[in-house]
Design a protein around this ligand. Structure first.
Ligand code: ADP
Ligand code: MG
Length: 256
């Protein structure tokens, strides 16, 4: 099977400071990879490089595109990467407002993505949007409400609907449950787990919350100071961590 993503020697610096360095891994279709590590360990930098939001200083990110097979997204033009962002990738931000258009309706937020990949029939777009609101447990009667009228948890669920409606090949998530109340987090996590299973999603999820990776991730990468210090199956890494840093992380001694 062709890997969906092949990451080789990926490095990004900010001046003299290391963002992430020498990152290597493969992701296969329908696999969920969790990236954990304390604040400042390079998780967001790595995710931004993978999702084409940041251009790394070195390395390759070969992605198996829907249209043309495996291609190095680092070597692509900006406009090619932007196109992949519409057709093949989805990005769920920690703060829903960064991933939503707050001044258009909930239905518009979801429908806009379908239009970006060529849908034109108003009735069908509205139907699909309503359907997706239902799938993320938002009352379809609220299709014309704006996200600003929604609670934080609902906004995050709307952001997820907006991102999944086009059936992306790869979903990036940066702290998808961060910044929400604990009870809201649990519900969102449950919903995400259901969607991952139903849709067979391929995803890379950055989080500092081990409960998130325990529930969602097949595999885990542990980062420290921009480098991957441990990688393996999630249960293996969490139940029998090999690296001293991972042991600290798992024993919750580290404030992440
Ligand atoms: P995490 O997401 O794990 O908290 P980041 O990827 O945000 O980690 O940061 C990794 C390192 O890169 C940190 O040392 C951070 O200070 C640095 N860094 C991140 N973004 C920038 C930036 N825009 N300019 C300079 N340094 C940055
Ligand atoms: Mg971060």
């Amino acid at each position: 099977m062709t890997p969906l993503l092949q990451v080789r020697d990926l490095t990004k610096r900010y001046g003299a400071r290391i963002g992430c360095a020498d990152v290597n891994f493969d992701l296969y279709p329908a696999e969920v990879m969790g990236i954990v590590g304390e604040s400042g360990s390079g998780k967001s930098t790595l995710l931004s490089c993978l999702a084409g939001h940041l251009v790394p200083d070195a390395g390759q990110v070969v992605f198996d595109t829907r249209a043309g097979g495996p291609k190095d997204t680092v070597a692509m033009s900006e406009s090619e990467r932007r196109m992949l962002g519409r057709t093949d990738w989805a990005f769920v931000h920690q703060h829903a407002r960064d991933g939503l258009r707050m001044n258009i309706s909930a239905g518009g937020n979801v429908g806009e993505r379908l239009m970006a990949v060529g849908a034109r029939h108003y009735g069908e777009i509205r139907h699909a949007a309503g359907d997706w609101l239902g799938r993320v447990e938002i009352d379809e009667g609220r299709i014309d409400d704006r996200p600003s009228q929604f609670s934080g948890g609902m906004q995050q669920r709307l952001q997820i609907a907006r991102n999944l409606v086009t059936g992306p090949r790869l979903v990036f998530m940066d702290e998808p449950t961060g910044g929400l109340d604990v009870s809201v987090q649990a519900r969102l996590l449950d919903l995400l787990r259901g969607l991952v299973r139903q849709m067979g999603l391929s995803a890379i999820i950055v989080t500092h919350d081990l409960a998130v990776v325990r529930l969602l991730a097949d595999r885990l990468m542990v980062m420290k100071d921009g480098r991957v210090v441990e990688t393996g199956l999630t249960d293996q890494v969490l139940d029998d961590p090999q690296h001293a840093y991972t042991q600290l992380l798992v024993s919750s001694v580290l404030q992440v």
